[in-house]
Design a protein around this ligand. Sequence first.
Ligand SMILES: [Zn+2]
Length: 408
Amino acid sequence: MKFTVNPASQRCPRLGRLEAFIDKPEYSLETPLVLLHTQGGQIPHVTHEVLKLITEDPQILQIPLVSMHCYHEAIRLYNGRVSEFVGNKDCLTCITVHDPSNITKQGHHMKDKVPIFTRNGKVLYDSKMYMSMIEQFKPDMYILLSDGDTNISSPNKRIAKAVESTVSLTEQCIEIHKESEVLKETFVIAPVAGGYCLKSRQKCIDLMQKNNSYIQGYLIDGLHNNGSEVEFISFAEVKPVVDLVVQNLSPNKLVAVQGCWSPLNIIKLVKSGVDLYDTSYCRILTERSAAIIFAMEPQEHSEAYEINLRQPKYAEDFQPLLRGCNCVACQGYSRGYIHHLLTVQELLGSVLIMIHNIYYMLRFFRKIRDCIKNGNLDDLEDKVATQFKLLQLDTDKDMQVVNGSVDT
Ligand SMILES: [Zn+2]
């Protein structure tokens, strides 16, 4: 598996391609790309059969280790690839350590060990244990074990520890990777730690360089502790870190972020040179019964950035979630019906919203790639930013109503 940057692309934003997959040589995926976030290999609310109704294009499933830990003995006995084990052999797979849709607990650090909070409690992973799992899973790509436990509030001492630990774990994992027959074609993504301290980020990148030839991509780790709050991170705060990391990596390396970044911030990250994302934002949206419907095309107009189907005003609204959307949910069901399903706590409500959100996010990434090709990503950013501001105004108004400062 390899990553190549389109030579016609500028450094940022840029187009690239992932291809030469070991058992799927016919697959080729363009970047910027979004991985399909899963828990235990399943997209929340969406079965593999339903996924085929959403898209027939090749996809990469993002499988968090934290959601697979309890299956490791079964996978060892199964002795096949994780894509087959989870019942989706047509998809490619990427193993990550944490689940970006859930907040990762802070603290509990130990030298050369990373705490993973599984269903059965805390498990301390060292490089040997982690790489043994990766060898059993046989994914197409994976992120090395790291200490990404930093955020904008982290003190310098914690940041220094995160860098030291991440560099040490990377070296240990790479040593095992180099010797592994099973993993010799597997795509390696190394985490860059260092919180919001530019000096620490630079130090981490410099210390990773000796293993650069074994690393095909880098993850800008340690920007947050996952969960829904990522949606509200201000891009101005992360931009200096992202710019420093992107500018100091070899241009032929893939750059990834994880987390439920808002679509507006995704455009800004793409403009800074980030190639790889995930759909954990779709899960966050669906959990709050929201469907994303902002307009992407210049001539398109949308009533809102997102709509919350639990609101009583949708009870007698017989339009689809988004008029003109070709997803299975919009083709067959109305807002009123989905509102009813949510009201009676019927699971199909969340299934239909998730189908639309995933379909829409895949369309959003196609649009981003088209805009890079056509040189008009700024227009898309302006269009999304205008609608995002309206969402924020609505949210502020709702908060004022809740706080009693607006006369209802
Ligand atoms: Zn739809």
